[in-house]
Design a protein around this ligand. Structure first.
Ligand SMILES: *Cc1c(COP(=O)(O)O)cnc(C)c1O
Length: 397
């Protein structure tokens, strides 16, 4: 089958919930991918901010293969060594107190919301609490996660969703304060909004939220699913601001390619929310995915991945700013670390991503008009040069 036949074949069987790019990938190496026809692509999408170590990073495959030969699944009714190691490493990196491993980001959000509700239930002796979420946010596609996702288009067909959710404007503390009442149990935000268009939180906003939540005993939840695991230059983006949440969620790059997420709780929530019987998962944190998580943390430490992001960010930012200056189609750049967005005007962002694909570069969109740059964290300056050269051929007439 040639690539077109393969794509037709896929559409015959796979539910059409994605307008996929017209390419069938075969394998990757480093920060490059190869399609089934043998064409090479430079990857600045990383499987939507997942493949932080690119492909076949030294030590990663070996750790997974070794675990496959020992044990892939055993359920959470028993202990296993990989979850013991992964739990310790995630607690250390996040400076939180307790973690729960899930199969996805969405499930990490579900767990975080349940933990916040249970905390308020324990405190007040009754249920019926409310949650404040942000406009233009994205937290996942399940009914619970969708309920706190600030995108009416995603939500509408599935209403009624979980009740008791109000939406405030991101980076606008007063709009959050205006929604707080005696039922409010949690505020949930992405530390850097991803799908909504790459909007980092302001320091003022995070500091203000922390103070507000402390005053009212409201659980502050930071969704670090996309911006976490080193993309900002720290393990978790909130660590750049020094504002610690009560609960944080992780996924995407947590396993660098295996389906795993987690929510992590501070001491207060760890001790006063979910208890035996309140929450569970069959697969979540199984030995296979936890071997990946553990290997990822080992590799980050061994090869100073966070330092590489911090050292290389100024170069990436400079090259993107130069491109923005030179292009009539780029009106702004924003972001933090290796999570950057270029605001595209006068051209559809979908045209840019499509043209880039044809020229051997993977980039994706965010929101309606933002070109999202979320490469593997192991890219080098030469890769940044190649990326901006390709984008120049599209965005600079
Ligand atoms: C991707 C994402 C999710 C959902 O994660 P899944 O693994 O797709 O379930 C939630 N929150 C944020 C910020 C995300 O970027």
């Amino acid at each position: 089958m040639n690539m077109n036949e393969q794509m037709d074949h896929a559409e015959q069987n796979i539910l059409h919930t994605y307008n996929r790019f017209p390419v069938v990938f075969d394998h990757g190496q480093g920060v490059r991918l190869y399609d089934t026809a043998g064409k090479e692509y430079l990857d600045f999408a990383a499987g939507i901010a997942v493949n932080a170590l690119g492909y076949h990073y030294p030590g990663y495959d070996e750790a997974l293969k070794a675990q496959i030969d020992k044990l892939t699944h055993i359920s959470n009714l028993y202990y296993n060594e990989p979850i013991i190691r992964a739990g310790e490493k995630l607690v250390k990196a996040s400076t939180m107190d307790k973690v729960f491993f899930t199969n996805s980001g969405t499930e990490a959000i579900e767990g975080a919301l349940k933990a916040a509700k249970k905390y308020a239930y324990n405190r007040d002796g009754h249920a019926g609490h409310e949650i404040i979420a942000m406009e233009q946010s994205f937290h996942g596609r399940s009914i619970g996660a969708l309920s706190v996702t600030g995108n009416a288009h995603y939500r509408e067909p599935f209403e009624p969703l979980m009740g008791g959710v109000r939406f405030a404007a991101f980076n606008d503390l007063d709009s959050v304060k205006a929604l707080v009442n005696e039922k409010t149990c949690a505020v949930i935000i992405e530390t850097i909004q991803g799908e909504g268009g790459i909007y980092p939180a302001t320091e003022e906003f995070l500091t203000g939220l922390r103070r507000l939540c402390d005053e009212k005993d409201i659980v502050l939840i930071f969704d670090e699913i996309q911006c976490g695991m080193g993309r900002s230059g720290e393990y978790f983006a909130w660590q750049n601001y020094g504002v610690r949440p009560d609960i944080m969620t992780s996924a995407k790059a947590l396993g660098c390619g295996v389906p795993v997420g987690a929510f992590a709780l501070n001491e207060k929530l760890g001790a006063n929310s979910l208890a035996p019987g309140d929450h569970g998962t069959t697969y979540g944190g199984n030995p296979f995915v936890c071997a990946a998580v553990s290997a990822v943390f080992d590799i980050y430490e061994r090869d100073n991945i966070l330092e590489h992001v911090r050292e290389t960010t100024p170069y990436l930012v400079r090259k993107l700013d130069e491109l923005a200056q030179a292009s009539p189609y780029v009106s702004a750049r924003r972001g933090m670390g290796f999570m950057q967005g270029l605001v595209i005007t006068g051209m559809k962002v979908g045209e840019v991503t499509k043209a880039a694909l044809e020229k051997g570069l993977l980039v994706i969109s965010a929101g309606s008009d933002v070109l999202r740059i979320v490469p593997p964290l192991v890219i080098r300056r030469e890769d940044i040069d190649q990326m901006t050269e390709i984008l120049r051929t599209i965005l600079v007439p």
